[in-house]
Write a protein that binds this ligand. Structure first.
Ligand code: PMP
Length: 405
């Protein structure tokens, strides 16, 4: 068998792999607790269900325009105006199969072989792999001060003549932090002066807590949509808990959208009309769905922070948005992959190793699940890593034995 070097070098997604492992364990009847999951538990918003059902019932499901159906694009334009205070036209919008494909299209469109793309650690694990898939070089910038807040001086230091783009994700997966206004203003200005694209991965932009407002990159550019270096990626996956519908979009200048549309036309074509209709329903429907989701997740955040505070020697960064937090386990071990495997095997708790996000020694914990999941999962983790805890416990009639840390 002959497999290309590039394809061979791309690892599978750790989160999807762990999801699969957890699914198999659950299928075998194991009482697995999932603190790895990247999706909220809510039901699909009713408007999304109704509008996709209406399309399905017509029984006429055919190809769609490559860049998205006009009515969804219209809803996205309205969303952009309401939430970003930016008026864009249909020629500035392309709909794709999830924000994942949107980001891939953006990178495919911008990056020449050996161009560099700056990624800020801790980062969403797909960014470096996507950059490599388009033959670019990921340049990882880790804040020198050991926090999870990026600093302009570290970024400026990493920029070279080959830097094509910087990817920014705030609220951030995995840290849960929201980057402040001063930083966003500074980076927009820097990118526009230096002719570097700023790719804003805004997939969590409304999932914020305590009434916090996420600074909008567009607010700090004086350029119009055709000339700004700011590119915005968003979607319905996290906002409405519609991960399975696979709808994301990109807002950019018309030339970029045109090229991305060509790329998409030669790969996947336009997303299914059924799921585009669902996304349209969600965008035009009652937005209290998002507020309720935020409140539930904020409450979950409070619970997980309380549980983690009682965890000896573990420091957990307090999330301001998303449904993830990063817990620093270096007091126990520096090897997050080993720790995560240990927790899955011994305590039947799924966590994601920080190594995958450029933050070794940490675990990413998701609080998107139920309160019971959070309290039981963290309790089992404490039991598993604490050398003074009893050697075995029972979950129902399942006996768990710890014998490593
Ligand atoms: N960006 C980030 C930061 C994410 O966490 C995710 C999903 N985990 C995506 C993009 C992709 O979202 P989608 O499901 O719309 O492809």
């Amino acid at each position: 068998m002959s497999i290309s070097q590039l394809a061979r070098s791309i690892p599978d997604s750790a989160t999807l792999r762990l999801n699969e492992e957890a699914r198999l364990l659950r299928e075998r009847g194991e009482p697995v607790i999932h603190l790895g999951i990247g999706e909220p538990k809510n039901k699909t918003p009713i408007n999304a269900v109704l509008s996709s059902a209406a399309i399905l019932s017509l029984g006429d499901i055919k190809y769609t325009p490559t860049d998205g159906i006009p009515s969804l694009k219209k809803a996205i334009i309205r969303y952009t105006e309401e939430n970003y205070d930016r008026l864009v036209g249909p020629e500035n919008v392309i709909v794709s199969v999830g924000a994942k494909q949107s980001l891939f299209n953006v990178l495919f469109t911008l990056v020449n072989p050996q161009d560099e793309v700056i990624i800020l650690a801790p980062y969403w694990l797909s960014y470096p792999q996507m950059v490599r898939m388009v033959n670019g070089l990921p340049v990882i910038v880790t804040p020198e001060d050991g926090t999870f807040r990026p600093r302009m001086q570290d970024i400026e230091h990493a920029v070279s003549g080959y830097t094509k783009a910087i990817i920014l994700n705030s609220p951030n997966n995995p840290s849960g932090l929201v980057f402040d206004e001063a930083f966003i203003a500074e980076i927009v200005d820097f990118c526009e002066k230096r002719d570097i694209y700023l790719v804003m991965d805004d997939i969590y932009h409304k999932l914020v807590f305590d009434g916090l407002k996420v600074p909008i990159a567009y607010a700090y550019t004086r350029q119009d949509i055709e000339n700004t270096k700011v590119i915005v990626v968003n979607g319905v996956s996290k906002l409405y808990g519609m991960t399975g519908f696979r709808i994301g979009w990109t807002i950019a200048g018309r030339k970029l959208v045109e090229v991305m549309t060509n790329v998409q036309s030669q790969t996947t074509s336009g997303p299914s009309v059924v799921t585009q209709a669902a996304a349209e329903g969600a965008l035009l429907g009652l937005q209290s769905v998002v507020d309720n989701l935020c409140l539930t997740i904020q409450n979950n955040r409070d619970v997980i922070m309380q549980e983690m505070a009682g965890f000896n020697g573990v420091r957990t960064c307090r999330p301001e948005g998303t449904f993830y937090c990063m817990a620093d386990f270096r007091a126990y071990t520096a090897n997050s992959v080993e720790l995560s495997e240990f927790l899955l095997k011994k305590a039947l708790v799924v966590t994601i190793p920080g190594l995958e996000f450029g933050a070794e020694g940490h675990l990413r914990l998701s609080f998107a699940g139920s309160i019971k999941n959070i309290t039981e999962g963290t309790a089992r983790m404490k039991w598993a890593v604490d050398p003074t805890s009893p050697n075995e416990i029972y979950i129902g009639d399942r006996r768990l034995v710890r014998d490593w840390l």
